[in-house]
Design a protein around this ligand. Structure first.
Ligand code: NAP
Length: 312
């Protein structure tokens, strides 16, 4: 009996591991659920979810015996948690195993943007270094005044790395945390006023949409830089683009965007923006750990054991 639906673009290795562990039916996209024969849909009690279109009440309604949606990723903003809870469906995610990779990438974005590493590399590769001499001066980063919006699992790892860079650390979250003297700001605008670089490590979803608002961006000012590894939705992207184009914001390092991968083409024309294709957790080792945790949650569900990382 088929019990698990694997939705999304799994690698060959991940697909094979799912097939070895479960009676598993693969589907490329959410919208294909409706086309499955009813007896098959009725057998599904678990979904291994790696989709992008969204998994909401409509998808759940097609799977009358669904009890678990095991998400591949810590961010579960594409799953309707309220609809799941209302139907007695538990959602799990893959927290912690990706913290290091995502924090590493945030630091790399900061370094690449501030030290103009893409432009400096192009300077050397094009022969201009040999012909015209040294690359132009850029910005000292160690010791900077930095702010973190969202001091959760990933935000904390970013902060720990920035501490090693001798930075003055400020942060905003819904509640003050126990920290080694980092300064808490209850108001994100006040945080932006106090720092030159803002790292965004919030959860995505409706509650944090546009959280880094036009006002926060204005408070950061023309020397300010935004690094975002959370979700495109957490920033007022139009306001950020306006500020970047007008020189009212010095730059940005971004791994996440609205409407990715069809991102706003205005980004491509901005030399002060470092763009990454949402690859924060994209190392071989971390993706393997995420896939394993997803399978472990499914296995726990099917054997009646406690789920490892439930979110509702
Ligand atoms: P986490 O531990 O839950 O931390 C999230 C932070 O967001 C917390 O500080 C929390 O504040 C804050 N927050 C949550 N809801 C909020 C609200 N309504 N208003 C204001 N602040 C709110 O999550 P995490 O594991 O660090 O992951 C953070 C996010 O990173 C994920 O949700 C995902 O979207 C993103 N991510 C991106 C990549 C990538 O490839 N770029 C990879 C993994 C994750 P409190 O501390 O006050 O609760």
């Amino acid at each position: 009996m088929t019990k698990v639906l694997a939705i999304g673009a799994y690698t060959e290795e991940e697909g094979a591991a799912l097939a070895a562990a479960f009676e598993c039916h693969p589907l490329a996209e959410e919208r294909e659920i409706a086309n499955l024969p009813h007896p098959l849909r009725a057998e599904i009690t678990g979904v291994a979810y790696k989709g992008h279109q969204g998994f909401g009440a409509a998808e759940m309604a097609h799977l009358p015996n669904l009890r678990l949606v095991a998400n591949y990723g810590v961010g579960y903003d594409s799953i309707d948690i309220e609809a799941a809870s209302a139907r007695g469906i538990t959602v799990t995610n893959t927290p912690d195993v990706l913290n290091d990779d995502v924090a590493d990438l945030a630091i790399a974005l900061w370094l690449m943007q501030g030290r103009e590493m893409e432009q400096a590399s192009a300077w050397a590769r094009s022969g201009r270094w040999a012909q015209e001499g040294e690359y132009r001066r850029n910005r000292k980063l160690s010791g900077a005044r930095v702010g973190i919006v969202g001091l959760g699992r990933i935000g904390r790892e970013i902060a720990d790395r920035l501490a090693a860079f001798k930075c003055e650390l400020h942060y905003h979250a819904r509640s003050e945390k126990e920290t080694p003297g980092w300064r808490y700001h209850a108001d994100p605008v006040a945080l932006a006023e106090a720092v030159d670089v803002l790292f965004i490590a919030l959860v995505g979803g409706p509650a944090t949409e546009g959280y880094v608002s036009k006002e926060v961006i204005a408070a950061l000012g023309p020397r300010g830089v935004i690094i975002n590894i959370s979700r495109g939705s957490t920033i007022d992207e139009a306001a950020m683009l306006d500020a970047l184009e007008a020189g009212e914001l010095a730059g940005a390092g971004l791994d996440v965007f609205l409407n990715e991968p069809q991102i706003d083409p205005r980004f491509y024309a901005l030399p002060n923006v470092v763009i990454q294709p949402h690859q924060g957790s994209g190392s071989v080792e971390t993706r393997a750990a995420m896939a394993r945790l997803q399978r472990d949650n499914l296995a726990a569900h099917l054997s009646g054991a406690a789920l490892l990382t439930p979110v509702n």
